[in-house]
Design a protein around this ligand. Sequence first.
Ligand SMILES: [Mg+2]
Length: 365
Amino acid sequence: MNKSIIKDIEVKVLELPLKKQWKISLYAAKTRAHAVLKITTEDGIVGYGEASPSPAFMGETGYTIKLVIDKYLKPVLIGQDIFSVDKLHERMNFSIYGNYAAKSTVDIALYDAMGKTLGVPVYKLLGGKCRQDVELSWVVGMQDLEGAIEEAKEKIKLGYKALKVKVGNTPEIDYNLVKTIREAVGQDVPIRLDANQGYDYKTAVEVFSKIEEFGLESIEQPVERWDIEGLKFVKNRLKTPIMADESVSSLHDVNRIINERAADIVNIKVGKVGGLSIAKKIATILESAGMTATAGSNLEVGIGSAASVHFVISSKNVNLPNDLLLGGPLHEYDIIKGGLDMVDGKVICPENPGLGIDVDESIFK
Ligand SMILES: [Mg+2]
C-alpha cells in the first residue's frame, strides 16, 4: 500500500523584487526569478521546492527551470516513488544534462514530501542533528562605501556572526572597502571575502596578499571557475584559507578540488549542486578529505533557505557561518508565512514535518 507515487508536478516562476540593487562582480540585478515547484503524491501529500539561480552565476534562471522541468523532468518523474531519490536523479540526468538548479527544486520537493509522508522533519532524513542551530553570516553586496559600512555595522548589531564582503571590483576599491569595514566592526568579527571570479590568478595574489593583513576568515572564489590551477596558485601563496564556490557546481567538480588540493573550504549551495541529496554527498566527500564547508545562498527565499538549514543542521563538516537568511531579507516579500527566524545570529531549525515551513499557497493560484 505504497501511495508515495508522484501524481503531479507544477512549477511557477515568481520574479520577486529586491529591496535594493544586488551587485556582485558577475552582475547587478533589481529582481530575481524564483522557480517554485509543487509535487503532489497519490496520497495527497504536497512537497515544495525552490531555486533562484542568477543567469551569470549558473547559466540557469527561474524561467529556464520551468522549461526544463515541464519538458524534460516532469515526464520522467510522474508515476515514480518519491523515496527513490538516487534513481530519480538518474532518470533526470538521463533526460537532460546539467541544469542542477532545476534538479534541486525537484530534489528539495521530494524531501519535503518524504518528511511529510513519514511525519518527520527533513533533517532526520539526512542523518539527524549535528548541531542545534545554524550560525549566520551576512553578505554585503557591492555598493558605495558608506552604504557598505552602514550595512555591515547594522547586521553585526542584529547578531549576524560573520560578514561576507563582495569584492572583485578594482584592487584599490577592494583594499579600501575591507580596510574601512574592518575598522568599523572591530577585530573580532570574522570577515570572509567573495570575489566571484573577479581576478586573474596573479592579480588575485597581489591584491589579497595586501588585504589579508586586515584579518580574513577566508577568500572565496578569487579566480574564474574553470581555473583550478589558478585557484591552487593563489591558495599556495596566501595565508588565508581559500574557498571554492563556482568551481564546485556539481558532484564531480569536488573531486578535482580535492585531488589538486586547490582549495581549503567549499561553499556548498543546495540550489547549485542538484539539491539536498547531492549537497550531502559533496559534504561527505569533503569530510573524507578532512575538509570543511559552508552553505551559501542563491538568494532563495523561504523554501530554498529552509532546505539549506536542514542540510547544515545535519552535516558535521558544514561548520562555518552560513549565508542562509539572505534572500528573505533582501527581497520585498517572501513566499512563506513565518518559520525561519534569527535568534542571536542563528537560525533555529524548523521541527514540523518536511521542511517545516508554511508556504503561501496563493502563489500557485
Ligand atoms: Mg560565492
